[in-house]
Design a protein around this ligand. Structure first.
Ligand code: HEC
Length: 398
């Protein structure tokens, strides 16, 4: 029952998480587009009011005309829309999801004894430490170097080194699947913390200053912008990390940390291409094709590098019956799919139950090789081939 209810919690939280993440990343993409597509205002009154840029757009049957004020508008309207629940709800739902899967069942998800054989409590503490320590280090880098000369380049380089180190370390401590997800959670936590600790408080200070008639210090806007720019480059790498659990060939590889870094690099480079395309259209910068090319080269290199080795011929009987398959399932699967535990509401300890799941069993064991989870039970190539043969022979259970 517990596993069943957890599956529901997992489903509902994941649904919510994807919805709010779309809202967050969608508005982030929109504002990056808006900011880099602004042109100086044509209207004299707008210029007089301190407008530094405007955009004309048509969408869904209406015409829109957003304008941006250099530091602050002359006066504040009664209703000012803030953007923060998109970010906070993405973090909260994501953390809850992480909690009920990876932290709730650490021995299934977080720990792979072949990587590091440690206690659930230690693994959980280390996973949480990744989230906190990365934020502290990243924030310290931005605070000490952010506002200095050439600060952006130095911050960028140091953050890159930090992410690479964390990727390597995570794969030395956790099951591959968990390491990838944890890297995504770690960077996404810093993204939300940027909103929570810098972007929103800065905006609150500016709003309070305007209301009190005090001069507005532009540093708040600059700091917020810096963090917001970082968030832009984090988005695609984080999305890869979040989706990677569907692709076991990425995280089960011996050099999985390099694959993760390669994919994240490709994501950030491709994002840079899209960001700079807006400036290119307005004649502000050369065509950013180099960034797209760098991303595509990284992806191509990974595709070539990870190509499957020629399959080793394994001896498998011509047809595999249920009687022959049953001991394999009992040994390799039932510990997580039986009486004691029904992961993802799947039981494999009876003929009927197996019949009901025959197709997904084939997919999970032979095609995607996601099961057994982290190959915790050490299934062999012969046994995978037996599952394939049994399925191709009609998946009979009598
Ligand atoms: C160490 C525990 C463990 C072992 C061993 C294990 N599984 Fe799983 N299995 C899980 C978990 C956890 C999930 C849920 C995965 C997720 O949340 O993505 C799962 C999910 C599944 C699913 C459903 C996938 C889906 O998305 O609908 C199938 C089918 C499955 N396992 C088959 C097997 C088979 C067949 C074996 C043995 C060859 C096996 N499992 C061994 C833990 C395990």
């Amino acid at each position: 029952m517990e596993t069943y209810l957890l599956d529901w919690a997992n489903l509902l939280l994941r649904w919510l998480h994807v919805i709010v993440a779309i809202a967050w990343i969608g508005s982030s993409f929109y504002f990056v587009f808006l900011d880099s597509s602004l042109t100086p205002p044509e209207d004299a009154q707008l210029k007089k009011d301190g407008v530094s840029g405007e955009l004309w757009a048509v969408h869904g049957g209406g015409f829109y005309h957003p304008v941006k004020f250099a530091v602050s508008p002359p006066k504040l309207p009664e209703h000012l829309h803030w953007f923060y629940w998109e970010s906070y709800s993405t973090w909260l739902s994501g953390f809850a999801l992480f909690l009920i899967s990876y932290l709730w069942s650490p021995s299934v998800y977080l720990i792979d004894p072949k990587v590091m054989d440690w206690s659930p409590a230690a693994a959980i503490a280390a996973a949480l430490a990744f989230l906190v320590v990365f934020w502290l280090l990243y924030d310290a880098i931005c605070r000490t170097l952010g506002q200095k000369e050439n600060g952006d380049a130095k911050v960028g380089a140091l953050v890159l080194v930090l992410v690479c180190l964390a990727a390597w370390l995570a794969t030395q401590l956790f099951a591959g699947r968990a390491a990838f997800l944890l890297m995504g959670a770690m960077i996404a936590t810093a993204m939300s913390a940027n909103v929570f600790f810098w972007i929103i408080p800065g905006q609150r200070t500016v709003v309070a200053d305007i209301k009190a008639g005090r001069p507005v210090d532009p540093v708040h806007g600059q700091r917020g912008k810096q963090r917001s720019v970082h968030n832009t480059y984090f988005t695609l790498p984080v999305l890869f990390a979040m989706l990677s659990n569907h692709y076991s060939f990425t995280y089960t590889h011996k050099y999985n940390w390099l694959i993760l870094i390669g994919m994240m690099f490709a994501g950030a480079a491709i994002r840079q291409f899209f960001v700079m395309r807006h400036g290119y259209k307005l004649g502000r910068n050369p065509h950013p094709w180099k960034y797209a090319a760098a991303g595509v080269v990284a992806l191509t290199a990974l595709i070539v590098w990870l190509r499957p080795a020629p399959t080793v011929a394994v001896a498998v009987p011509e047809s595999v019956s249920y009687a022959q398959l049953r001991p394999v399932l009992e040994q390799r699967c039932v510990m997580c799919h039986g009486e004691a535990l029904q992961s993802k509401n799947v039981r494999l300890d009876s003929a009927d139950a197996l019949k009901a799941h025959a197709q997904t069993v084939y997919q999970q064991v032979v095609v995607t090789r996601l099961m057994p989870m982290n190959n915790a039970t050490g299934i062999t190539e012969e046994e995978r081939a037996m599952v394939a043969q049994w399925f191709k022979g009609g998946a009979k259970v009598d």
